[in-house]
Design a protein around this ligand. Structure first.
Ligand SMILES: [Zn+2]
Length: 302
């Protein structure tokens, strides 16, 4: 992480657990340039740095490798299960870290109707200080609607073949999608902003939208989600989830059907919101300058 987006919150002990390594390995990584900060004699590291190191370490037992493999197990199963209706208990906790007092909240809610889903039992966050909650029952569904315009398919293919490396990147940095791609990296929001720009340059109506990716281990992995919504030449609005296609390809070879589904079709594990790709999901009107933390817990409704 570039210094301005880095947040050294993970102690040396936490780093050893995430990377399943011993103190000597940490010394080796620091010697090779892993950024850290000394606080009370202990080295602290950035969580995204550790995640990205683990993910590409090839050790196969680091926390990120295990988490992503579990999270993407669905991607190698038959994709028909991703096209059926699915109902979710959707709960989002909003937290204003340095709150200046009671005020209304603005939350970019799920926006699912136009992709065949629906919202019910909505509880909006009421004016309060520090924390608030949004809950709803969200029904998603899927539909096969691959991109048809050759120009859109070509731009998507070019992007997939450009060799950007998928990484965990904080949303604030992802909004600077040119920086992310200059570093040879990609991630859901940055990729969507980049591709939406290319689609518009080719004359199509396209916008990157943020949302949620369901089934993310009960919040253990805060995986920011976004995709491109584009009006195809058949007049249908399609969603392109390019970074998920890339990530799935990276994790396993037998995810081809899922990768294809990401290029235009709608699937039941993604919930779009009303937020543009480079905008925050929530805001508290208390006057604090620090961004609101948004933590989603999305569980299959039983
Ligand atoms: Zn506040």
């Amino acid at each position: 992480m570039p210094a301005e987006y880095s947040s050294k919150t993970q102690s040396e002990t936490a780093a050893q657990e995430i990377l399943r390594c011993d103190p000597v390995d940490i010394d080796t990584l620091v010697g090779a340039g892993l950024p850290f900060e000394y606080r009370s004699g202990v080295r602290y590291f950035d969580l995204n740095d550790l995640y990205n190191l683990g993910m590409y370490s090839g050790r196969s037992n680091t926390q990120p490798e295990l988490a992503f493999r579990m999270l993407f197990r669905f991607a190698s199963r038959p994709v028909e299960r991703l096209l059926s209706e699915q109902t979710w208990d959707f709960r989002v906790l909003l937290e204003c870290p340095e709150c200046d007092g009671s005020a209304p909240w603005r939350f970019e809610a799920p926006d699912i109707d136009r992709f065949g889903g629906r919202l019910a039992d909505v509880t909006e966050p009421r004016p309060s200080a520090r924390t608030a909650e949004y809950t709803a029952t969200v029904t998603t569904t899927g539909a096969r609607s691959p991109l048809v315009a050759p120009a859109l398919r070509q731009l998507t293919q070019d992007y997939l073949e450009a060799g950007y490396r998928w990484q965990m990147i904080p949303p604030a940095m992802q909004a600077d999608y040119e920086l992310v791609h200059r570093l040879g990296a990609t991630s859901c929001i940055a990729a969507s902003l980049f591709l939406a720009e290319r689609f518009r340059a080719a004359g199509y109506r396209a916008e990157a939208k943020r949302g949620w990716f369901c089934g993310v281990l009960g919040g253990a992995l805060d995986l920011p989600h976004a995709c491109v919504e584009v009006e195809d030449e058949d007049g249908v609005y399609k969603t392109v989830d390019i970074a998920k296609a890339q990530l799935a390809a990276r994790l396993s070879q037998d995810t081809r059907d899922f990768q294809e589904l990401c290029i235009g079709s709608v699937y039941n594990k993604a919930i779009p919101s009303t937020a543009p790709g480079d905008a925050p999901l929530a805001h508290h009107d208390c006057g604090s300058a620090l961004p609101v933390h948004v933590r989603a817990d999305i569980q299959v409704k039983r």
